[in-house]
Design a protein around this ligand. Structure first.
Ligand code: ATP
Ligand code: MG
Length: 384
């Protein structure tokens, strides 16, 4: 397994790697295996080979890793390297589609008799000798044979390097509270922030009985789909019904959504404090709807004094949908059940709300009391 070297400077290195190892082993819960770090690589061994594909699939979802391959490990010496490389070509050369190849050597062991370049050339000749129909292609080969000669006197040879999730190890950046609706955008936002090392908890506001039980179940399912990447999610489900009714009764319709969003942020802030989360994550995208303008964001941010991360703020809908498909949340997100935002929806929500006006409208509400009552409805589900 390869990880992003950039983040491995100085004292952080040790913490980074041990967190990464813990996260990998959590993903492999239930599989017997042995995991060690050797010079910039993590090596997993002693697992039951029948489970190899499933193990690799799981490793591919670990944030902080950039690549995984099934490698041959053996004691370094030139004849063995030649044999294993030839064997690796044989294994993959069974398919007729391989017409060209390239050797990519990394020689960390400076006591080894050849340099990387000499070894590339030498092994290339060995392969050509055995398989005269193959051609060397340095730019677009059908097959790359990686050879790593490491300082622990072991050599690793592999061909099937697969991409992993990238980013930073989960938890290395702390914890955040995801505002999770039933839509396409918020699960994607959660995934993207988790990828930057944030553990996630989530809040969902429902407006039962205006919204259905299925709407809530859909959100639980979305959280469950995210756990493919983030281990587990503590989901806080909070009733928004009374808040919406009160705003609807007392405030101007065009400010309905603006005020709702301020309540969401205030409640999110309280739950962050209680659960030691340091930021809020939303799926807002600039200009997508009236409540997602700069002015709207100013007015919602002004009730919360911790960072509000909006990782898809610069994404087009198509781009968000592409990520949703990639991470497997899209199909669930497009199920028809409405979330609370669509209840009492005004025809013409304000595009450029002002703090002055919103504060004036909110004087008609018992803001603190409504927050307390909403928090009292909280239901917590740990989704795995
Ligand atoms: P999404 O696709 O994520 O539902 P959207 O395009 O429908 O987003 P809005 O409904 O304006 O946009 O919501 C913007 C953001 O506010 C959402 O991405 C989500 O983070 C948060 N949000 C909206 N509704 C809820 C809800 N019922 N519970 C929790 N968070 C919500
Ligand atoms: Mg929505």
């Amino acid at each position: 397994m390869k990880f992003g070297e950039l983040f491995l400077k100085g004292r952080n290195r040790h913490d980074f790697i041990s967190l990464l190892k813990t996260n990998i082993l959590k993903k492999l819960r239930g599989f017997d295996c042995h995991l060690v770090e050797t010079q910039g690589r993590l090596v997993l061994s002693d697992y039951i080979e029948d489970f190899e594909n499933e193990i690799i699939e799981r490793i591919q979802t670990v944030f902080g890793l950039i690549g995984v391959a099934q490698a041959f490990e053996f004691d370094t010496n030139l004849p063995s390297i030649e044999d294993v490389v030839v064997g690796a070509v044989e294994d993959s050369g069974g398919s007729k589609s391989v017409k060209s190849f390239k050797i990519e050597t990394k020689r960390a062991d400076k006591t080894f008799e050849m340099t990387s370049m000499e070894l590339d050339k030498h092994l290339g000749e060995v392969v050509l000798d055995k398989f005269p129909k193959l051609k060397v292609d340095l730019y677009n080969p059908d097959l790359i044979i990686y050879v790593e000669v490491r300082t622990n006197k072991k050599t690793y040879v592999y061909t099937n390097l697969l991409p992993c999730a990238g980013g930073l190890p989960l938890g290395s950046a702390g914890k955040a509270m995801l505002l999770l609706s039933g839509g396409i955008d918020s699960p994607v936002a959660g995934y993207l922030m988790a990828k930057r090392g944030l553990k996630l908890e989530a809040i969902h506001f429902h407006s039962y009985p205006y919204t259905s039980v299925q709407a809530k179940e859909k959100v639980i399912e979305l959280a469950r789909l995210l756990t493919k990447y983030v281990d587990e999610i503590k989901l806080h489900i909070v009733s928004f019904t009374e808040i919406q009714e009160e705003i609807h009764k007392n405030c101007d319709a065009d400010y309905m959504i603006t005020i709702m969003r301020r309540f969401m942020m205030r409640i999110a802030k309280r739950l962050c404090e209680k659960n030691e989360a340091g930021a809020v994550v939303t799926g807002e995208s600039l200009g997508q709807v009236a409540s997602q303008t700069m002015q709207s964001m100013t007015v919602t941010n002004s009730v919360i004094d911790i960072p509000v991360f909006r990782p898809v703020v610069a994404f087009d809908k198509e781009e968000i949908m592409d990520v949703a498909r990639k991470i497997g949340t899209y199909e669930t997100s497009i199920l028809p059940y409405e979330d609370c935002c669509t209840v009492f929806l005004p025809k013409n929500p304000v595009i450029k709300p002002t703090i002055k006006r919103v504060e004036k409208l909110e004087t008609k509400l018992d803001v603190e009391g409504l927050i307390e009552k909403a928090l009292a409805t909280e239901e917590v589900i740990v989704v795995r």
